[in-house]
Design a protein around this ligand. Structure first.
Ligand SMILES: [Zn+2]
Length: 113
């Protein structure tokens, strides 16, 4: 591991968490292919279906899985947001690890009899 001071690592993590939190979008991406509304279209006769259409699904407040269709114009930002969410989870875990170490170190140094 790099010989970086703990407090410095902490400051960097907090800055990154702030940046990622500003972008993050919660959910899982999936791509679907669909048939369209015109009966004469190739998609109804065994030809390729239309897509991919980007969808985001996530667990809502009531515990049920819900989701939404992502319009083409929003695809890049939605993808970036969902990636940011995943990175955010990772950084939060790293921060929690530093906090845990810090608390345990304090407990040993300070209160040990
Ligand atoms: Zn079609």
């Amino acid at each position: 591991m790099a010989a970086k001071r703990k407090s410095e690592a902490r400051t960097e993590l907090l800055a990154e968490i702030g940046r990622l939190a500003d972008l993050a979008i919660f959910g899982t991406l999936s791509e679907t292919y669909r048939t369209c509304g015109s009966p004469g279209c190739h998609c109804h006769r065994g030809g390729p279906k239309h897509g991919p259409h980007l969808n985001v699904s996530y667990r809502g407040d009531n515990g049920k899985t819900t989701g939404y269709y992502v319009p083409k114009a929003a695809e890049v930002d939605i993808r970036a947001g969902i990636m940011a969410w995943q990175e955010l989870q990772d950084r939060l875990r790293q921060l929690a690890e530093l906090t845990k170490e810090q608390v345990l170190r304090c407990a040993k140094g300070g209160k040990a009899q």
